[in-house]
Write a protein that binds this ligand. Structure first.
Ligand SMILES: Cc1cc2nc3c(=O)[nH]c(=O)nc-3n(C[C@H](O)[C@H](O)[C@H](O)COP(=O)(O)OP(=O)(O)OC[C@H]3O[C@@H](n4cnc5c(N)ncnc54)[C@H](O)[C@@H]3O)c2cc1C
Length: 305
């Protein structure tokens, strides 16, 4: 399915009738919303914000170090106000997890969700900090030696081999589907959680908790709490939703540790791809996320017009 966003579905605000570009923002936190406000008010682009689950702001209890509030405000309320403001200005919102950013042969970007591919002219990643890996003994030690965080990057290395994906949601299924055509077998390991997505045919499922990932110079197996062992040559971590670095890495953008590398204009190393907020590292606070969202918006407008 190709869900190409067209202007008429994005908004009906008269100020947007001259919009001639499409921008997709992944993340409805302070960075994403800040960028959306600047972009939308330019009148030059139609803006769509994708979100999936709560970001850091919605988890913040009381905030009292942000400008403009005489009394502390809850993160949830601040988030709601931000979204309402953007909606009032005509920004479109889609609650779908973005699995990947892609480019067509003319280098036009798009984002992929389970419902389809949404094309646009520029993408801003504002997905907050990367998701943490589970604390399974052996996992960290074997990173880069069979433990991977990116199926599309590393699937090739596991051609004809048995692999596992650790995760229990749509993202884990998506990663498993990338591996399935090349690997000998793919097992989704939910580590004790129920699988919250449909299991595609040809992919195995194990819901038992994990007690270790094993191997010396490379991954050789995983051990379940029951003591049973599943032999695998690769373990792909896909916990929760696709995190910022996962999305950036898949498209070849440079990563700095667990953050996306950007320049002062919030440009990544890939054309038409920008990043802002916690996902770029530094001070993980509201003011910085809002600032970077605004800078990214200006850069995107300069890039497009
Ligand atoms: C408990 C707690 C308390 C805090 N207290 C304060 C404080 O008092 N003051 C302060 O300044 N800062 C505080 N912070 C930090 C502040 O909340 C963050 O710096 C800020 O929210 C970062 O904004 P962001 O837009 O980069 O990311 P986030 O707010 O994390 O938003 C990320 C967004 O990305 C979306 N998303 C992620 N992955 C995907 C995907 N694959 N597809 C679609 N959408 C996706 C999420 O749905 C979410 O909308 C606190 C944080 C926490 C966790």
């Amino acid at each position: 399915m190709n869900n190409t966003i067209n202007k008429s579905t994005i908004n009906n605000d008269t100020s947007m009738q001259a919009a001639s570009g499409k921008v997709i923002i992944v993340g409805s936190g302070p960075a994403g919303i800040s960028a959306a406000l600047y972009l939308q008010r330019s009148g030059k682009v139609a803006v769509t914000v994708f979100s999936s689950g709560s970001g850091a702001l919605e988890k913040a209890g009381k905030i009292e170090n942000y400008y403009g509030f005489a009394e502390p405000i809850s993160g949830k309320e601040l988030h709601q106000q931000g979204v309402l403001n953007a909606k009032r200005l005509g920004v479109s919102f889609i609650e779908e997890e973005v699995f990947a950013v892609t480019y067509d042969d003319r280098f036009k970007p798009a984002v992929q969700t389970k419902n389809g591919t949404y094309s646009c002219d520029a993408v801003l990643l504002a997905t907050g900090t990367s998701r943490k890996a589970p604390s399974i003994p052996g996992l960290r030690e074997l990173e880069g030696k069979g433990v991977s965080y990116c199926a599309v990057c590393d699937a090739f290395f596991y051609t004809g081999k048995d692999v596992a994906v650790i995760g229990s949601g749509e993202y884990a299924v998506h990663e498993a589907q990338i591996l399935a055509p090349v690997a000998a077998s793919v097992t989704i390991l939910t580590n004790g959680s129920p699988l919250s997505a449909e299991l595609p045919s040809g992919i195995d499922l194990c819901t038992e908790p994990l007690s270790s990932v094993n191997g010396e110079s490379g991954v050789s197996s995983v051990t379940l709490q029951s003591g049973d062992t599943i032999p695998v040559s690769g373990v792909f971590v896909a916990i929760g939703v696709a995190g910022s670095t996962d999305l950036a890495r898949k498209v070849g953008a440079e990563i700095n540790g667990s953050y996306i590398k950007v320049n002062a204009q919030m440009e990544t190393s890939v054309p038409a791809l920008y990043a802002a907020g916690d996902c770029t590292g530094g001070t993980l606070q509201l003011h910085k996320a809002v600032h970077e969202g605004a800078v990214a918006a200006s850069s995107i407008l300069r890039f497009l017009f």
